[in-house]
Structure formats: structure tokens, C-alpha cells
Design a protein around this ligand. Structure first.
Ligand SMILES: NC(=O)c1ccc[n+]([C@@H]2O[C@H](COP(=O)([O-])OP(=O)(O)OC[C@H]3O[C@@H](n4cnc5c(N)ncnc54)[C@H](OP(=O)(O)O)[C@@H]3O)[C@@H](O)[C@H]2O)c1
Length: 283
């Protein structure tokens, strides 16, 4: 059989880059998209180092540009005839206390992490429906299953993605289409640096949350971050699994955090989180 075709968003760095290489190394033909082709060098180099340059086809796509989504999906189908795997990976994180985050900042967060993923999925669904098969792999987060101080916008985007994808799974499973949520804990990618957007008000010393914001940033900076290759490998294993589960938590931290949330009485759980984040200290 010809190579399976995988389409990935946000391939310029982090999970998207590594997943493109891992899928290509596993025999897939990968259409690796990124919004800024001037950032393709890292992926080109990684593909060359892995000996998969001919299996990684890099194309431009910003998931907030819905017309471009239709064009990319149409050209992938006309070039390759099918799409077996869609990995909705593109995303970033708005950070800051909810009180300081402007509505426009929250909307922008949802525009990429939620509506961008929905638009991609809706564009690919007719192709998979016609094939009677396909995997749609949504990169959610442990923060899609639990709230997180200073990440309310990000948590909202990933919780929305969780609910939407869980519902979609019920609808399209009878059509042979698998919808899967991947929920990583903390991994060492660009999302902690260039992918983290502090809300404008949060950066100002006039914010009533400024001091605890600085304290929290320090705590978050020190959180151990695992090797992101584990997530890329988990995605390949899901793509290869004809009957994947709905949810895959990836990372020891994610598993421990979710178990704590589920097992501990809420009052104890939130006290532990507050102590860890030093959020209770005034001002
Ligand atoms: N790393 C973690 O600890 C962690 C944990 C849980 C979930 N996640 C999720 O994992 C996914 C990948 O993030 P990452 O950790 O690999 O971080 P990353 O290294 O910052 O990669 C994010 C990628 O998304 C791209 N992107 C952002 N906005 C986009 C848009 N509008 N259209 C197309 N691409 C866009 C970025 O492109 P540019 O290079 O152009 O900015 C970049 O390629 C995200 O959905 C994130 O929420 C990460």
C-alpha cells in the first residue's frame, strides 16, 4: 500500500516538528504546515538528519485563516488523494491573572487553539467520511482537564476542545473516523518562551496582581519539563492504532495531577495548588 498521508499544523517547533519527523520515520508521507515558512530551517534540518526529507512536504498555513485551510486541504487531496491522519497541534498560551486578561486576548486565544482546530477538523472531515477512515488527533493538554491559575484563557481553549472533540467522536466513530485527545503535562518546547503571551495588563506594575504574577512566573519557570519526543512518539502510536482510546494523558506530571484532582477532596486539592504556586501570599 502507498504511504499513509498525515497533515500536521504548527510544525515549525516543539511537538509539531518532532511529530512530523517521527511520522515520516514511521513511513507516513507528512504534510507539515507552519504559518511562517521563514521558520522552516529547523524542520528541514531535522528531516535531513533523520533521512526523511523526501517524506516531509512543508506548506504554509495559519490555522486562523479559514480560506487558506480550505485551499491547503484541497491541494493535499488533489496531490496525494487522501488524508489518513490529521494532527491539530498549532497552539499558544495566553498567560496572566484572569482579572487582567482583556476579552480580545481571550478571543485571540480561542481563535487559534479552539476555532483553528475546529476549522481544520471540519475541512478534513468530508475527506475522511468519503474514505470511511481517518484519525483526527487533537493536541489538548492536562489544562484541558483541570483549571490552572494564570492560564484561564488557555484552560478555556483546551476545555472547549475537550468537550467539542468528545462530542465529535460520538458522531463520527460510526463513519470509521477516530477522534483522539492527547493531553500532555509539561514538556520542554517553545510554548514556555516564544509561545507564551503575557496579557498586556499583566505585564504592568500597576496590575493589582503584579507581585504574585512575578512570583508565579518564577514557580512556573522552575517546573521540570520533560523531553517532548515522548509526545511525538505517543502521537505516532495513536495514528497506528486502528482503535485508539478517546484520551491519552502523556507525562508523569499530568497523570499525578489528574489523579490528585480526582481523588483528593477539593478543599485539600486547592490548598495544595495554592501552596505550590505561592498564590495565597499577599499582595
Ligand atoms: N509543551 C507543553 O508543555 C504542552 C503541554 C500541553 C499541551 N501543549 C500543546 O501542544 C501544542 C504544540 O505546542 P508546543 O508545546 O510544541 O509549543 P511550540 O514549540 O511553541 O509550538 C507551537 C506551534 O504552534 C504554532 N502556531 C501558533 N499559532 C499558530 C497559528 N495561528 N497557525 C499555525 N500555527 C500556529 C507555532 O508557530 P510559530 O513558530 O509560527 O509561532 C508553533 O509551530 C499546542 O497546542 C500546545 O497547547 C503543549
Amino acid at each position: 500500500m502507498a504511504n499513509k498521508i498525515a497533515l500536521i499544523t504548527g510544525s515549525s517547533s516543539g511537538f509539531g516538528l518532532l511529530t512530523s519527523i517521527e511520522l515520516a520515520s514511521a513511513g507516513y508521507h507528512v504534510v507539515a504546515t507552519m504559518r511562517d515558512l521563514s521558520r522552516r530551517a529547523k524542520l528541514d534540518q531535522a528531516a535531513a538528519a533523520a533521512g526523511v526529507t523526501d517524506k516531509v512536504d512543508i506548506r504554509a498555513l495559519d490555522v486562523t485563516h479559514s480560506r487558506d485551510i480550505a485551499t491547503v486541504v484541497d491541494t493535499v487531496v488533489s496531490d496525494y488523494g487522501r488524508i489518513d491522519v490529521l494532527v491539530n497541534n498549532a497552539g499558544f498560551a495566553v498567560a496572566g491573572f484572569a482579572e487582567d486578561i482583556k476579552l480580545e486576548e481571550l478571543r485571540l486565544q480561542l481563535e487559534t487553539n479552539f476555532f483553528g482546530t475546529v476549522a481544520m477538523t471540519k475541512a478534513v472531515l468530508p475527506v475522511m467520511r468519503q474514505q470511511g477512515a481517518g484519525h483526527i488527533i487533537q493536541i489538548s493538554s492536562i489544562v484541558g482537564l483541570q483549571g490552572s491559575a494564570t492560564l484561564s484563557s488557555y484552560a478555556a481553549s483546551k476545555h472547549a476542545l475537550e468537550g467539542w472533540s468528545e462530542s465529535l467522536r460520538l458522531e463520527v466513530k460510526p463513519l470509521g473516523i477516530q477522534v483522539v485527545l492527547v493531553e500532555p503535562g509539561a514538556f520542554d518546547t517553545g510554548i514556555w518562551t516564544q509561545g507564551a503571551h503575557m496579557g498586556e495588563e499583566s505585564k504592568k506594575s500597576t496590575s493589582l496582581n503584579f507581585k504574585r504574577s512575578l512570583r508565579m512566573r518564577e514557580v512556573i519557570r522552575k517546573i521540570p519539563k520533560a523531553d517532548p519526543i515522548a509526545v511525538a512518539r505517543a502521537i505516532v502510536a495513536i495514528a497506528e492504532n486502528p482503535r485508539p482510546k478517546l484520551r491519552y494523558l502523556v507525562g508523569r506530571d499530568a497523570k499525578i495531577q489528574l489523579a490528585m484532582k480526582r481523588l483528593l477532596p477539593w478543599k485539600i486539592y486547592e490548598k495544595m495548588i495554592a501552596n505550590f504556586l505561592k498564590i495565597d501570599q499577599t499582595p
